[in-house]
Design a binder for this molecule. Sequence first.
Ligand code: AMP
Ligand code: MG
Length: 281
Amino acid sequence: MTWDVPARAALAADGLDLTALDRRSTPGWSGDKAAGRARTVNRGARMSELQELLYAHGRSGGERSVLLVLQGMDTAGKGGIVRHVLGMVDPQGVALRSFGVPTAEERTQHYLWRIRNALPRPGAIGVFDRSHYEDVLVVRVEDLVPRDVWEPRYDEINAFEAELVEAGTVVVKVMLAISPEEQAERLRERLERPDKYWKYNPGDIDARERWHDYTAAYQAVLDRTSTAHAPWYVVPADRKWYARLAVTELLTDALLGLGLSWPPADFDVATELARLDASRP
Ligand code: AMP
Ligand code: MG
């Protein structure tokens, strides 16, 4: 079972109207859940090999890295992507950062300061659970700063990401799109299961009440920051298995696109083999 069209084409945000998106749909994939899970495991193994290649490349002076930016409403499944998709690769090569309400120190700095400090080093896959996009999402919806402050940020973010790409980072931006109905079920589960209370935040309901404002703010993000150098992908996320498959595909594609090969030995192999043969512990 394979993708009908490449994930990049199936999930591209260009021209997408979020209000019309079916969040239970599975763009690019016509198989069922079992086939989707099997494909995820299969592609995950490939992704893991490619991650090792990226890591090796970084260790031998390479400059490339990958940055996965995850955005989505509460319960959209950002944590599940980290656990189930990034969980398939060696944790040594993954740098996860979560961005919450800015700390007192962060508030004294430019909003990109904490982002710059969290960028993946060469050879790594960086993962942002929320990101600089919160500065044009929650900040815009909740009026945390005036419009003339957040308005220029779209262009500033595009320029910032262009800089990252120029320096060798592939930026993969994923919006996990759930429906309000599915969110209600997931929030209810957090309220009905003691093992899920820790994930619940009363503020989640406040954000949910502003669903339409968030949708408009997400639409503006897609319209204004989906660039050729750092495109957005919109992943329907009501079906967790599909979202995980889709992100696995996108990451695998990004790694394949690097076109890396194993770094050559920086020692003489024949000499070292001879030394090994002659060695007597
Ligand atoms: P969670 O990801 O569910 O742990 O929640 C993190 C919270 O931090 C969310 O409510 C975000 O909206 C909020 N947050 C993240 N970045 C910012 C920001 N730059 N300004 C204000 N709130 C933020
Ligand atoms: Mg939350």
